[in-house]
Design a protein around this ligand. Structure first.
Ligand code: SAH
Length: 340
């Protein structure tokens, strides 16, 4: 059996997967696009990203908004500002709002629940997605009750030794996994994922990532290249490659035909046509920024992040064109996963 079939049937060995990760294989991208079209047609789902705080208590070595970055001006959006972002987003056709931030203790459970309930009351037909890191099961339950229905939490790397090279000892892969399984059990649609080309990553690590995802079966899988940030311990490391990221998107489409796969901002940052190429490689989601322009530059996960100067409406129409030119079509839709 050829390797493409083995990926689709999930019968590949680690060695076979490593060979595809390292060298690609004939027809991979074409097959990924074919499967994506079978499951999702030409539709591209959009998610409006609201980056509501850049305060963070954690110290992930790769991330620009880490606690230890003393050079960053910090901000928080108020509930009213967040609601204004949603209002603008709804008008622009967004039916999913993603509230993302650092792990900011100022936003305790009650405040988060209050914000979620306010959005839920106004936008019954929208999905509310949270991406605010590791919390207790009780907190996740409270957010769910308040009206949140999706959660994004990348596992970052599924290898313990690699995880400890990217994070301080206070953080663990075990807790991150616990969070992901709790979220799933509670009933959230869950997104996980990893950075491509993060420092010390090996092809075997990527195999572990894919095997872990097969265990978790998330609804969304977000991957993007690692990009250095000047004010982090990883300031001197090379970014992840465009080619490897695209290849992994295609591999993920074969192994997870129904998955929501975003073509990420990080991919658009390392190449001007990165997001278009991501879509052609099998991705079917884009997540433009709905944050107020005044704070966008401050949500600096990595250097040279794109789209930090444009108004939301400009981003929306720019993306519309990009998606169209790539051969797909943005739809106004809540954009749920289509399971087998
Ligand atoms: N605090 C939240 C949100 C983190 S930011 C959480 O813990 O989930 C969202 C994602 O950005 C991270 O999961 C990480 O994969 C990615 N990211 C952070 N720093 C990055 C960098 N330097 N290059 C590329 N991606 C990065």
């Amino acid at each position: 059996m050829d390797i493409i079939k083995k990926l689709e049937n999930r019968t590949f060995t680690d060695g076979e997967l490593i060979r595809v990760i390292e060298n690609g294989c004939e027809g991979l991208r074409e097959r990924a696009d074919e499967i994506r079209r079978q499951v999702y047609g030409r539709a591209v789902y959009i998610r409006g990203l609201i980056e509501f705080t850049n305060y963070c208590k954690n110290n992930c070595y790769y991330c620009g908004i880490r606690h230890g970055n003393g050079r960053l001006e910090r901000y928080r959006l108020t509930k009213e500002e967040i609601l204004l972002c949603c209002e603008e987003g709804y008008r622009l056709g967004f039916r999913t709002f993603v509230l993302q931030g650092g792990e900011d203790p100022y936003f305790g459970d009650d405040l988060i629940c209050d914000i979620i309930s306010a959005i839920r009351r106004k936008y019954e037909d929208c999905a509310i997605t949270l991406s605010i890191g590791e919390k207790s099961r009780e907190s996740y339950e409270a957010f769910y009750k308040a009206g949140a229905n999706r959660y994004l939490l990348r596992h970052e790397t599924a290898d313990n030794a690699h995880y400890s090279k990217l994070h301080p000892a206070s953080m663990s892969l075990e807790n991150r996994k616990r969070c992901l399984f709790d979220l799933k059990e509670i009933g959230y649609q869950v997104g996980s994922g990893f950075m491509v080309g993060s420092p010390f990553q090996t092809a075997q690590n990527l195999v572990s990532d894919i095997r872990f995802l097969m265990e978790l079966e998330p609804d969304m899988i977000g991957i993007g290249p690692f990009i250095r940030h000047n004010d982090t311990p990883f300031a001197k490391y090379e970014s992840g490659s465009l080619e490897l990221t695209l290849r992994l998107i295609s591999i993920l489409r074969l192994v997870f035909p129904w998955a929501l796969l975003p073509s990420t901002t990080a991919l658009g940052t390392i190449h001007p046509m990165g997001r278009e190429m991501g879509l052609k490689a099998g991705a079917n989601v884009v997540m433009p920024n709905l944050s107020p322009v005044s704070v966008r530059k401050l949500y600096s996960l990595y250097d040279n992040k794109i789209c930090t100067g444009d108004e939301s409406a400009q981003c929306r129409s720019c993306l519309e064109n990009r998606v169209k030119n790539a051969g797909y079509e943005i739809v106004t839709d809540i954009g749920n996963v289509k399971r087998k």
